[in-house]
Design a protein around this ligand. Structure first.
Ligand code: ZN
Ligand code: ZN
Length: 362
């Protein structure tokens, strides 16, 4: 038995942003033999949390606790836990369960499983916990399967590592898949939470990085993040991109405009280049076939990453501490302010809430 009282910042669909979230006692999932209890020290705020709390992603149960860039310490392990021990520092990302039986789960690509449970709004899908609500990391404790709690290497700074678990692996997985590394040129469109990690991670992988963002405001930061060139875009995208045509091998597109002028961006790709969407664009893309065929280009998408990819990213950042995400820290108690600042675009570049009671450091 456990004497822990689980408390989380539960969402409410109310207009006043200062009361969007209230701290309340929550009922954790049942403690299964393969589960761990993790005392949450840090949790990043991701765009998807906002969407899930506010119902944009298909409705939210009143009382939902989001947060899916979780860093904490293992305090209790089930009798069948084999990979973690009490005292380990772990990270939990956007996914907390999968079927465990399909070809994707068997191959360690759980993020492609058709029945995955997402940390910001899912239900557990197998075993004794089937149907129970997933509670995320805006809480004092997180409980879930060891499979989705990835041990943090000792060399990693826990305070800035939370954002690697969703945003970081979201950009790392396609960079790896499409061959980012020495001798490759990567473009990152958008310099928000995701994009800034795209630049940091692509650079850490050894690629040469071009950052693309609106205007010139983020140019200095882009260069500090590791980009070797910056393209500030304005009202005439074709003109802005003209000098950079045929220069990139991989483009990671992190922006969420109503419509994306993909034809202009495809002009940046060299033969066999890949354009990867990780930001959602509501209007269907109008992809011109001529450059696609003539230059053997590919347009792709990518969703988060598997636990093994998260572990691989942790090792990469442990070896390249300069590529740790840039974070602004907020007290756990100030989460409504953090959410409001996130919505106001004040993040530079990722916000993290810190639970000092559990050993997090501001
Ligand atoms: Zn996320
Ligand atoms: Zn599966």
């Amino acid at each position: 038995m456990s004497d822990i009282t689980f408390k989380g910042w539960a969402g409410h669909n109310v207009a006043d942003p200062t009361t969007h979230l209230t701290l309340s006692e929550i009922t954790p999932k049942s403690f299964d033999p393969t589960d761990v209890d993790v005392a949450v020290r840090y949790c990043g705020i991701c765009y998807t949390d906002i969407g899930s709390y506010e119902g944009e992603l298909g409705g939210i149960a009143e009382g939902r606790v989001c947060g899916h860039e979780i860093i904490g310490e293992v305090r209790r392990i089930g009798p069948e836990v084999t990979t973690l021990k009490v005292g380990d520092v772990v990270g939990i990302g956007a996914q907390t369960d999968s079927c465990g039986e399909c070809e994707w789960c068997a191959a360690g690509e759980e993020n492609l499983c058709a029945t995955k449970a997402l940390t910001f709004g899912g239900q557990y899908i197998k075993g004794p916990s089937k149907g129970q609500m997933v509670n995320g990391g805006f809480a004092n404790y997180w409980r879930g399967p060891e499979k989705f709690a990835v041990r943090l290497p000792d060399a990693l700074d826990p305070a800035s590592s939370g954002p690697l678990l969703c945003g970081g692996v979201t950009v790392f997985a396609p960079l790896k898949k499409y061959g980012a590394g020495p001798g490759k040129r990567v473009g990152v469109i958008g310099l928000g939470g995701l994009g800034h990690m795209g630049v940091l991670i692509a650079r850490a992988m050894g690629a040469e990085v071009t950052a693309l963002s609106r205007g010139q405001a983020k140019k200095d930061d882009a260069l500090k993040l590791g980009a070797s060139s910056y393209v500030g875009t304005g009202s005439d995208l074709a003109a802005d991109l003209k000098d950079h045509a045929n220069t990139l091998d991989i483009i990671i597109c992190t922006i969420n405009p109503a419509a994306l002028p993909i034809a202009e961006y495809l002009s940046l790709l060299r033969p066999r280049g890949t354009f990867v969407m990780v930001g959602v664009v509501p209007t269907p893309l109008q992809v011109p076939t001529f450059p696609l065929i003539f230059n053997s280009l590919a347009v792709a998408g990518s969703l988060i990453g598997s636990p093994s990819q998260i572990a691989e990213l942790f090792e990469l950042i442990a070896a390249h501490p300069e590529a740790a995400p840039w974070v602004n820290k907020y007290r756990f108690e100030d989460i409504n302010t953090a959410m409001a600042d996130f919505n106001a675009g004040k993040a530079k570049y990722r916000l993290v809430v810190v639970n000092e009671e559990n050993g997090g450091k501001l």
